[in-house]
Design a protein around this ligand. Structure first.
Ligand code: ZN
Length: 135
């Protein structure tokens, strides 16, 4: 099993502009890339920090998973993302160990990465995103 680093912490926000100003200007963590991930109906602003990022997520659709999260719990930490090698192989291994996976097959996430989520039931209550950077 090859987990490389904490890629980012995903934070659900109501306003990307307002949140990005706080992290960028008040905390002094400059904003990096912004993009819309159609598949997850979310607008993303990355604030790189060391070898990780703070990922701000604003829903672009009221039925998206992030919108549902905001409605239920309000803004806050949504997930932790770990960068891995060989995501497909890792998912097979986790499944064989009885870990509850949300995605058994990787899908495309922000930055064109391959991503898959582990259910919080298996991780002490934290939604974990696994991502493999495609070179
Ligand atoms: Zn993420």
């Amino acid at each position: 099993m090859k987990i490389l680093r904490i890629s980012h912490v995903g934070i659900a926000v109501k306003s990307l502009d307002q949140a990005s100003r706080f992290y960028g200007e008040t905390l002094g963590i400059p904003a990096g890339d912004r993009e819309i991930v159609e598949e997850q109906k979310v607008a993303v602003a990355m604030h790189p920090l060391g070898e990780s990022c703070i990922e701000l997520l604003e829903p672009t659709d009221p039925l998206s998973p992030i919108a549902r999260f905001l409605n239920k719990r309000g803004p806050g930490v949504h997930h932790l993302c770990l960068e891995v090698e060989d995501l497909q192989g890792l998912l097979r291994e986790l499944k064989a160990r009885g870990v509850r996976l949300i995605d058994e097959i990787p899908r495309t996430g922000a930055g064109g990465c391959q991503v898959a989520f582990i259910h919080p039931e298996s991780t002490q209550g934290v939604l974990i995103e696994l991502n493999e950077e495609m070179k």
